[in-house]
Design a protein around this ligand. Sequence first.
Ligand SMILES: NC(=O)c1ccc[n+]([C@@H]2O[C@H](COP(=O)([O-])OP(=O)(O)OC[C@H]3O[C@@H](n4cnc5c(N)ncnc54)[C@H](O)[C@@H]3O)[C@@H](O)[C@H]2O)c1
Ligand SMILES: [Zn+2]
Length: 364
Amino acid sequence: MSEIVRIDLAERSYDIHVAPGLLARAGKLISQEVTGPVPLVTDENVAGLYLDQLMTTLKGERIDARPIVLPPGEATKSFPGLERLVGAILRTGADRGSVVVALGGGVIGDVAGLAAALVKRGMGYVQIPTTLLAQVDSSVGGKTAINTTEGKNLVGLFHQPKLVVVDTDLLRTLPRRDLLSGYAEVVKYGVMGDATFFDGLEQSGIKALSGEGNGMATAVVHSCRIKAAIVTRDEREFGERALLNLGHTFGHALEAATGFSDRLLHGEAVAIGLALALALSVKLGLCPREDLLRVLRHLRAVGLPGSIDEISGKRPSADEIIRHMKHDKKTRGGRMTFILVRRIGEAFQAYDVEENLVRELLTD
Ligand SMILES: NC(=O)c1ccc[n+]([C@@H]2O[C@H](COP(=O)([O-])OP(=O)(O)OC[C@H]3O[C@@H](n4cnc5c(N)ncnc54)[C@H](O)[C@@H]3O)[C@@H](O)[C@H]2O)c1
Ligand SMILES: [Zn+2]
């Protein structure tokens, strides 16, 4: 199975290639984008697993790749991390004919994409996402960012990659918790905009997660298609792209309230955020309760959390969560924006939700 999803953005258009085993053939795809030396950015964990394989296929195409191996973890997505990376890219002798290759999860993709956007006023880059989250979400759509002490992803640029190479076999080495965390984004796509896709996940999501058959590759392709369609219509998030933040207003606040720590991975926060967005929709009388229950059942069936009580340690208070929500970069004029759901497969933006209702929901 090999699929191509096109992101249609005039001169910034590119293809996402998805296939099991694709890493071994990545050299050929990348060779079409490069003339100079290639800074190859990855993290220590991913380097140990996949760097040799990528170097071999690049060498096979006579590509002069220069590995830059960064420490794994969010701390790499920071000004100090970016400064070190930009220096390392410049020292490879990269010119504007070079492309930066990002081999890793969302952390590597985000910081390498931002570095590529900045060096020499903009180099091309190629994403080779190695986590499920990166394959279905962060490698697609051109958002790049680092974190600052003021918050996550607050400094960044839109910079579309030239190519995305997705090898779903790489997910086999991903820790179960990271795999599930990425799966929360897959569920999000169904709840947001495709009821039939959600039905399919209910039926075969568990099997796909177990790595049996090509269920995971199919889910990745479908998720990329949903995101591609939205990014094509609204690249810079003036409107519709905000729907992709379903579950994220609550999710980001929960991540902030738990200190962006191992207590709660991004996708786990999104899973709880999805449940809360549906619960808020039900509370407002906008969505049938059965839809909330279905989503909760599926999250629990695969092993994802669906409520704040499932977070280990001290329960974040409603006030704390609301304070963080008001801080979100999607906030405009101090009002919290929510993505709500009319039914599974139909999300919409709401600007006028009363804070009291949200407080009640978070206290229940
Ligand atoms: N740009 C966007 O649109 C966008 C969207 C969503 C999330 N993000 C960002 O993505 C980041 C999270 O990404 P992530 O969840 O991929 O985390 P990550 O990049 O930190 O990867 C998670 C862990 O898995 C390891 N790993 C990666 N691939 C592996 C593999 N195949 N086998 C074994 N281990 C592997 C990594 O070394 C790391 O320890 C966050 O910083 C978030 O803000 C960006
Ligand atoms: Zn997300």
